[in-house]
Design a protein around this ligand. Structure first.
Ligand code: SF4
Length: 457
């Protein structure tokens, strides 16, 4: 190891130790984030909806909209991919509130229903779809309802279950599963040295709020990078790792079907459909077909009935109302995205496992290789909100659509390379490995092409 590498290692370990020493400061920063979060959530509710002459820089509602959906959401995803889940452990207001209420709460045992592995996928799908049906990115009321409701639920769970823990974040948070997946490509993690652990004395206990089994931590996608265990038993430190090594040789090897569900039908199917539906020609065709069907059947109410804003978008004052036909068309488009991605990716992944003469469950490990593609797709899809908001205010970011297309394409290439590396664990024949990789490469190429086309529409 060179001197520079040793210096970099000790610098990183020092950063981890600094987090441990500055827990009081971190808690104060969390309170500041909570105050800002509550203000940004509530203030737009008291103001009229912005008009055409309102911009990000002269209207609080537009500013909040930009902060929440144009900056916070996409760049937390990017930050998680680049440095891990520091956002969760240091700044997330929802996680902090859940832990604070848990410190003074009933401390009950966590019920078994809460530990169901499907919650991250189920809650992410339901909040994504509900957010689209109520136009959460455009209006403050659904944003306050969904984000505020989620925070309230986090506080209630904290007040009832665990002591000084983040039970909500560990089991129920709608984005925790996605953050856990995306963090697998981060080059930073808290590493555990089992030998140093074995040799050391027990030492004071560590309160790991998200309930990570620190001693046996695999990869650390559940770790919130809070730093509280830094230096524990002389065995844990913040360290560098090769990006995606966790996918190939670490936690990717014990991936479950719920992780595969979150990657393939959800991140590669539901999310692109949900983020691009308003500009989608397929959505317009479905809507047209449904409208004609209703007219032929003399059912006019699905075309005219207005539902409350908390069920379907309903803002007649700005000419934005979703009918039942609109809502149903959106659900059908999302279902179509989900089915298409499942067929397009799962069939080649399963075929590759069989080609390698391995059990079908190997497809879950191979599916982990799609994480870079899924993360880039989510980030670039969310950037659409940033770009649309800036463009509507006359600010154009040059070459941004080409850059997004290039990012998704390079992540797709990275994913295909990871498939090839994973196949090396299960087979020696270069021919079979290349064939298995090529099979998965086809839907990856189609997916990248579809996104690149969508970015320019
Ligand atoms: S393992 Fe737990 S205590 Fe250690 S950094 Fe991660 S979240 Fe914090």
């Amino acid at each position: 190891m060179t001197t520079m590498q040793m210096q970099a290692r000790s610098f990183l370990a020092g950063v981890g130790d600094l987090l441990l020493r500055r827990q009081t400061f971190i808690r104060r920063a969390q309170w500041a984030m909570i105050a800002a979060y509550v203000f940004l959530l509530v203030a737009p509710l008291l103001l009229p909806l912005p008009g055409r002459s309102d911009f990000i820089w002269n209207n609080l509602s537009r500013f909040v909209q930009f902060v929440f959906w144009g900056v916070w959401w996409p760049f937390v995803i990017l930050g998680t991919a680049l440095v891990g889940r520091f956002w969760c452990g240091l700044l997330c207001p929802e996680g902090a509130l859940s832990e604070i209420t848990s410190e003074r709460g009933a401390g009950r045992a966590i019920p078994s229903w809460m530990k169901w592995s499907g919650w991250p996928a189920a809650s992410f799908i339901s909040t994504t779809i509900y957010g689209q049906l109520t136009s959460i990115y455009q209006y403050p009321k659904p944003a306050a309802l969904l984000l505020g409701g989620s925070t309230l639920a986090a506080m209630i769970v904290g007040a009832r279950y665990g002591k000084s823990k983040r039970v909500w974040c560990r089991f129920l948070c709608p984005v925790s599963g996605v953050f856990g997946l995306v963090s697998k490509i981060a080059p930073l993690h808290f590493s555990v040295d089992p030998e140093a652990w074995r040799r050391s004395d027990v030492g004071p206990a560590v309160n790991c709020a998200p309930l990570v089994p620190i001693k046996t931590m695999q990869g650390g996608s559940a770790c919130h990078m809070c730093g509280r265990c830094s230096g524990h038993r002389g065995a844990i430190k913040l360290a560098w790792r090769k990006p995606a090594v966790d996918i190939v040789y670490g936690s990717g090897r014990i991936a479950t079907r719920w992780e595969t569900i979150l990657i393939v039908p959800v991140l590669l199917g539901v999310v692109p459909a949900a983020l691009h539906w308003s500009a989608s020609g397929v959505f317009q065709s479905i809507r047209q077909w449904l409208a004609e069907f209703c007219v032929d059947a003399h059912w006019i109410w699905p075309l005219t009935l207005r539902l409350p804003w908390w069920i379907l978008t309903n803002y007649p004052s700005v000419g934005d109302v979703m009918t039942l036909v609109d809502g149903l068309s959106l659900l059908l488009l999302i279902t179509l995205g989900c089915v298409l991605s499942t067929v397009a990716f799962i069939v080649p992944l399963a075929t590759s496992s069989l080609l390698l003469r391995r059990p079908l469950k190997v497809l879950h490990h191979l599916a982990q290789a799609m994480i870079p593609l899924a993360a880039a797709s989510l980030f670039c899809g969310l950037l659409s909100l940033t770009i649309t908001q800036l463009r509507s205010d006359g600010l154009v970011v040059p070459y941004i659509d080409n850059l997004r297309g290039a990012l998704v394409a390079s992540s797709g290439i990275w994913s295909v390379c990871l498939v090839f590396r994973i196949t090396g664990i299960y087979g020696r024949s270069i021919g079979l490995r290349a064939l298995a990789t090529g099979l998965v490469g086809v839907p990856v190429a189609l997916f990248c092409t579809a996104w690149a086309t969508a970015f320019h529409t």
